[in-house]
Design a protein around this ligand. Structure first.
Ligand code: GLN
Length: 542
């Protein structure tokens, strides 16, 4: 039988529930258990695919092509558990399924209600995810929102029922709260007491409390919280503000014995904790020397979460290369007409050592990105293009090397005479893809003598896609004739997956999204090699 851990949050949002759930996952994996983490999102959207990155941050893509909440990215960075469509449950999906069943007459004339029908649907989705991989030992269910929100009530009620049905040793409630500091430096436990009361009103007695606090809680405060909240003192943990990186959180929890308490409560025999990979990652963090500046020229620069996986992957690469990565966000709007590119990017000693253009949709800022790519190419600045960032490389090559001034992607200019990036439908030799988004895992084959092959070390590459437009096959001959390297293809050769600049320290563009598979304990090879090239440039500067 699977064990379940329900992670809920109280007092306010943004306390780091996703990181807490992921860290618990990492600790249990360290104890030899197979973990799967599920996110319950109370919004009515069926998935995150239709949401603006400004609304909800990055859309994280799974192998099976689900467009999910960015918390799944945290799960992927902290644990090795399976991530698929089933890991993301939204109110939209749940109601959609129940209403469909109702229309099909599957409720046999009964009145369809939130309890039991909506809660049953939530429970069956959680158990289906648990069963999808027979090796799963523990399923961690993160419940989005804050206790007391109207939207999360059905999810908390489903959790209550599962805890009741499975028994307390098979299903735990971990509740994350905030211990604020008021003027005078005093820490206040009252909001936590109220938050636990709200859980108890829902019928759930938390087994474990994780308290976000400015510093480690002392024994007396923990005892007080324990007494007022009906939990054991040894089950009150502190998630204090750390000055290093979020990847230290599993170690912070492990030092306090969180994994031991969970194992004890679940009646799982304690096994030796293997957290070596996390310790050596932190050693590498402490040993980092020097800084490389990476300029990011993207579309959604104002919101950090919009490119969360990209930023995290760069920090992992910094850990692998022994150097701190400083992100500079480049606003491409003033780069549109090309006249100020040198001023803005050249910047003498303050300029970026590497430039990354990440994914994006729509016309805004594109010409600025093309000019940014051109500048990186001509000035031999390491450049990494991801999805849109690769398409931008292709457009620059067509415009500024081949001299086709109007070259463009048909996403931005349908009337161009040189549609070097276009919809698959328009490509004569590809018939089956249609105009829909290419989503999820697929294989690419790297060509000999390329940077991409050097990075991965093997020619067979499996990465995830999320895009509609492709390098147009019509222009393969002319583009590569002028020197652009076509460095990877789909295994059938039908689509170009990677382009590289010749005679350049490191200029690589990939049509897929490698950022989704980078881990702090194991940097992604492309990010690692990009940051290594940027580090070379930084060293040459000094
Ligand atoms: N807008 C481009 C496309 O649809 C790129 C998408 C992306 O960067 N994810 O092909």
């Amino acid at each position: 039988m699977n064990k379940y851990i329900f992670v809920s949050g109280g007092v306010c949002s943004s306390l780091g529930k996703g990181v807490a759930a992921s860290s618990i996952g990492a600790l249990l994996e360290g104890r030899g258990l197979n973990v799967r983490i599920i996110k319950c999102d109370p919004y009515i959207n069926v998935d995150a695919g239709t949401m603006s990155p400004y609304q909800h941050g990055e859309v994280y893509v799974t192998d099976d092509g689900a467009e999910t909440d960015l918390d799944l990215g945290n799960y992927a960075r902290f644990t090795r558990g399976v991530l698929s469509k089933a890991n993301s449950i939204t109110t939209g999906q749940v109601y959609d399924a129940v209403i469909r069943k109702e229309r099909e007459g599957r409720f046999l004339g009964r009145c369809v209600q939130v309890i039991p029908h909506i809660t049953d649907e939530i429970k069956s989705r959680i158990t289906a995810a648990a069963k999808e991989d027979p090796d799963t030992d523990v399923v961690i269910v993160e419940i989005g929102g804050t206790v007391g929100d109207i939207e999360s009530i059905p999810f908390l009620e489903a959790a209550r029922q599962m805890i009741h049905e499975c028994g307390r040793s098979n299903a735990l409630s971990v509740h994350l709260t905030l211990i604020p500091e008021v003027a005078g430096g005093e820490l206040k436990t009252k909001p936590t007491q109220h938050s636990v009361k709200a859980m108890q009103e829902m019928g759930i007695q938390p087994d474990i409390l994780i308290c976000r606090a400015p510093a480690m809680l002392d024994e007396a405060t923990r005892r007080k919280i324990a007494q007022f909240c009906n939990v054991e003192t040894e089950a009150v943990f502190t998630s204090y503000n750390i000055e290093t990186i979020i990847y230290e959180v599993p170690l912070v929890f492990s030092k306090q014995g969180l994994d031991l308490v969970i194992l004890k409560k679940m009646g799982v025999e304690s096994r030796h904790a293997d957290l070596d990979a996390w310790h050596s990652m932190m050693d590498r963090f402490r040993a980092q020397t020097g800084t490389v500046r990476i300029g990011i020229a993207g579309k959604y620069m104002e919101l950090h979460d919009a490119y969360k996986s990209v930023y995290e992957a760069l920090s992992h690469a910094g850990l692998a290369c022994g150097v701190k990565v400083e992100l500079t966000k480049i606003d491409t709007t003033p780069l549109e007409d090309g006249s100020r590119v040198k001023d803005i990017l050249g910047g003498g000693s303050g300029g970026p050592h590497g430039i990354l253009v990440p994914g994006g949709f729509g016309q805004r800022g594109i010409n600025g990105m093309v000019n940014t790519a051109r500048w990186a190419r001509e000035n031999k600045v390491p450049y990494f293009g991801i999805c849109l960032g690769m398409q931008v490389m292709v457009i620059d090559w067509a415009r500024h090397v081949l001299g086709w001034e109007d070259a463009d992607s048909t996403e931005f200019n349908q009337a161009t005479r040189h549609p070097v990036v276009s919809l698959l439908e328009e490509q004569e030799d590809v018939v089956n893809y249609g105009g829909t988004m290419r989503l999820g895992k697929s294989e690419s084959a790297a060509e000999p003598g390329t940077r991409i092959l050097a990075a991965y070390g093997v020619p067979r590459i499996f990465e995830r896609h999320r895009h509609r437009y492709e390098f147009s096959n019509v222009y393969r001959g002319e583009m590569s004739g002028a020197g652009l390297k076509l460095a990877a293809f789909t295994p059938d050769g039908a689509l170009v997956e990677c382009v590289e600049w010749p005679d350049h320290p490191w200029g690589v563009g990939v049509q897929f999204h490698p950022e989704f598979k980078s881990r702090p304990t194991e940097a992604h090879p492309l990010f690692r090699d990009f940051v290594a090239a940027a580090k070379e440039r930084a060293l040459a500067e000094t």
